[in-house]
Design a protein around this ligand. Structure first.
Ligand code: SAM
Ligand code: SF4
Ligand code: SF4
Length: 338
């Protein structure tokens, strides 16, 4: 299959598509969906606003034809969308798509891991910010301890899925968990990725002082472990990786704040209601759902995507200041899924 390679204003190709399948979540992580804002009366998207699986599949095919090689399903909590393995099965039939992954809090994985794998899912990134029940319950805003997540990890491994662990680190909240998490993941043979706390959306009250940088985390790890740097596997690999000298396990860092990586950002994001965002920190998306529902043909949608990518100049993290973090209108993380 010959793909059309399109490049944006900064010459970056389109390679990745993150698809949010739902804006709801069974957690209320303080840094993502604070419970006081995402409360019982919060207006989540009505079902009719969510893209159907047929619509997602149709758009995914167009994106793959324009260069996308990897798709990651996300949310909200993607496993709260009914019959997610059905969507995975549809996407896995797309010729030219090399990889389908899923980012999840893992609570529902014991129920779905096997069928997701059978449907063609390759990998899961599981979010876990602490190994202490009480602290984890506080962070996830629902008082859920770590047991359900550990069960989710086990079920993913047993199903034969690749597993990585994501840990968002926020100063004064869970920085004491950095070393215990590293030890746990090393022992379990799981790649851990430390994510710098980001100013996504406008509900989490982000401050630069809350960020624990990659360098700070690395210095701390170096007091306990010997680590060698690992070369990136491909252009645009987001995590900066290291490998333990005494075990073939990697640990990575997502350095969106301290060492931005916009120059190699090949990611586009499709929100649950069918808007395309060309940066995690955009305020507005480009609506493909209404266009599609008004009867646009594949070719018309394709031309629209080409023109959106052609106009892309985003490099928010390269330019972040306290002022942009506080004042720019940005979409919420639970809406486009990280
Ligand atoms: N619910 C799923 C989960 O938590 O894995 C998928 C969606 S969640 C929005 C995707 C990832 O974004 C998670 O790993 C989460 O920890 C991360 N995330 C959310 N808010 C963040 C923030 N303010 N800074 C950095 N990472 C964040
Ligand atoms: Fe839900 Fe994931 Fe956001 Fe936590 S980070 S509130 S699990 S969407
Ligand atoms: Fe990509 Fe925007 Fe993040 Fe830069 S800030 S890496 S352009 S998503």
């Amino acid at each position: 299959m010959t793909k059309t390679i399109i490049r944006d204003q900064l010459k970056r190709p389109l390679r990745d598509l993150r698809i949010s399948v739902i804006d709801r979540c069974n957690f209320r992580c303080t840094y993502c969906m604070p419970a006081d804002i995402f409360g019982p009366d919060f207006a989540f998207l009505p079902r009719s606003e969510l893209l159907t699986y047929e619509e997602i599949d149709r758009l995914a095919r167009i994106f793959v034809d324009l260069g996308v090689e990897k798709i990651r399903l996300t949310g909200g909590e993607p496993l709260m969308r009914k019959d997610l393995p059905v969507l995975v099965g549809m996407l896995s039939k797309i010729e030219g798509l090399n990889d389908i992954g899923l980012t999840t809090n893992a609570v529902l994985l014991p129920k779905y891991a096997k069928s997701l794998k059978q449907a063609g899912l390759k990998r899961v990134n599981i979010s876990l910010d602490s190994l202490k029940d009480e602290l984890f319950g506080e962070i996830n805003g629902r008082g859920v301890g770590i047991k359900p997540v550990l069960k989710g990890i086990t079920s993913a491994k047993e199903a034969g899925l690749g597993v990585k662990i994501n840990m968002v680190v926020k100063k004064g909240l869970n920085d004491e968990e950095i070393v215990p998490m590293a030890k746990f993941c090393k022992e379990e043979g799981l790649q851990l990725r430390f994510i710098e706390y980001m100013d996504v959306g406008s509900t989490n009250g982000w401050k630069m002082d809350d960020v624990v940088t990659k360098q700070e985390i690395f210095n701390l790890l170096s007091e306990h472990f010997l680590l060698d740097p690992v070369d990136p596997d491909y252009f645009g690999e987001v995590a900066k990786r290291y490998r333990y000298k005494d075990k073939n396990v990697d640990v990575g860092f997502i350095t969106s704040v301290s060492e931005s990586f916009c120059s190699s950002c090949t990611r586009s994001r499709l929100s649950a209601n069918g808007q395309i965002f060309t940066c995690l920190f955009n305020g507005n998306g480009h609506d493909l759902k209404e266009f599609m529902r008004a009867g646009a043909s594949d070719e018309e949608i394709r031309q629209r995507v080409i023109s959106i990518w052609d106009g892309r100049k985003d490099r928010y993290s390269d330019e972040r200041t306290a002022e942009t973090a506080a004042n720019r209108k940005k979409i919420e993380m639970s809406y486009i899924g990280g």
